[in-house]
Design a binder for this molecule. Structure first.
Ligand code: MLT
Length: 412
């Protein structure tokens, strides 16, 4: 009989968001009246329509596909040159950051890239992952067989967890011991914390000293308003020798349903063979993409390129301002209700303490049952998330105002 990948059997429960969806469905099926006033602030999914520049570009691209002379079949697996160049120029070089066009690899999402990157890394790397954390970093490593079993707290053997707590402002410090691959996310999902330049410098220093690789998830960089907060790991000298960066159009251009992202793999980034020979990772990632991926559709890449036009940039700015306006309301509401609140500044996630004596899931049930609002329980992101919950600012203004009110009127 064919064997299955037993690593999947080590995974705890379901993926967090389907599990929340299951619980919400059970609640709404049982409470049809409450279901009518349900507001979802759980998964960080955008709510506002696509920017007009994107809509126009997509329509034009469809028209091109409809005519023999402009029809496109397979494109370059790494992305069309005009998009890679627009990304490298606008997101990096115009900000004084050295990134070449061919160091950009266009994909259908950062979640996919975070999982796929494991293809080009060894199986025995010592992993460091924050707790709480975006669950994809952990689960993809479990699936790939890079961990042992989970213990009663949900922590997997073989992962070095970096505790993120209120004490360290939810930004981890480099560990005392050597690790090889480190996942960092700033602005952070789920806590909304951002790493300062000094904190990122400490990480780059650590990575260079230990020949480690930083997997830097910058999917929420568009939300950084404070000019002192780095938007890219490559703002830190030395990062081109130790970091891969993941970026997404999901949360800036509203592409969660369109699907487009990119990963930056600098040509100067090396990793070691078992025999100790240093080799660049760039050709491996290029090989991986050309073998296992056929590129993002032409229409979607045209849509992404439109985000870099003057109109596109202005429309993205307006979208970000809209969601950050929501964040402000939600932070104010949660604070007025007596919660301790992190995030919501330079980040679209608000990280809120559950009242004393409530676990994250108990808070989830109470907020769902009585305020009819869906949040994300902090413990779903790791054991240090216990006692916290995440509120997403991705919503309409009316819903954000209403959630802010309901949080304040909720009796615990
Ligand atoms: C989240 O809610 O954490 C995000 O939407 C998940 C994602 O971007 O994959």
């Amino acid at each position: 009989m064919a064997l299955l990948n037993e690593n999947y059997l080590k995974l705890k429960a379901g993926y967090l968001f389907p599990e929340i969806g299951r619980r919400v469905k059970a609640f709404t099926d049982a409470n049809p009246e409450a279901a009518k006033r349900l507001i979802r602030c759980g998964i960080g999914d955008v709510t506002e329509p696509l920017p007009q520049a994107v809509v126009t570009a997509m329509h034009q691209a469809v028209d091109e596909m409809a005519v023999r002379s402009t029809f496109k079949g397979y494109g370059p697996e790494q992305g069309y040159e005009w998009l890679r160049s627009a990304i490298a120029e606008n997101d990096f070089r115009s900000r004084g950051i050295e990134v070449a066009d061919d160091e950009i690899f266009v994909s259908d999402g950062s979640k996919c890239d975070c999982g796929a990157i494991l293809d080009i890394l060894g199986d025995t790397n010592r992993l460091a992952i924050t707790d709480p954390v975006y669950p994809v970093y952990v689960d993809t490593n479990v699936m790939a067989g890079h961990t042992g079993d989970a213990d009663a707290t949900g922590a997997y053997a073989g992962i070095h967890y970096l505790p993120c707590t209120a004490q360290n402002g939810f930004v981890p410090e480099p560990p005392k011991e050597p690790v090889d691959v480190i996942y960092l996310c700033s602005p952070n999902n789920p806590t909304g914390a951002t790493a300062s330049r000094a904190q990122l410098e400490a990480w780059v220093k650590y990575a260079l000293a230990h020949n480690a690789i930083l997997l830097f998830d910058a999917a929420y960089e568009a939300y950084i308003d404070d000019p002192t907060v780095p938007r890219s790991i490559y703002e830190i000298p030395g990062a081109r020798e130790c970091a891969i960066e993941f970026r997404s159009f999901s949360k800036n251009g509203g592409f969660t349903g369109v699907r487009c992202a990119f990963t930056v793999v600098p040509k100067s980034l090396m990793a070691s063979t078992k025999s100790g020979e240093k080799r660049p990772l760039h050709p491996l990632w290029s090989r991986r993409m050309t073998t296992k991926f056929n590129g993002v559709s032409y229409i979607v890449q045209r849509a992404a390129a439109a985000l870099y036009t003057p109109e596109g940039k202005a429309q993205v700015k307006a979208l970000v301002e809209h969601y950050m306006g929501n964040a402000k309301l939600l932070v104010a509401g949660a604070k007025a209700a007596g919660h301790t609140v992190f995030g919501g500044v330079n980040a679209p996630y608000i990280w809120v303490s559950a009242p004393k004596g409530f676990t994250s899931w108990q808070a989830f049930d109470r907020i769902l049952g009585e305020a009819n609002v869906v949040i994300t329980p902090g413990s779903g992101f790791g054991s240090n998330g216990e006692g916290w919950f995440r509120v997403s600012a991705f919503n309409s203004r009316a819903n954000a105002e209403e959630v802010s009110r309901r949080l304040q009127s909720l009796k615990w």
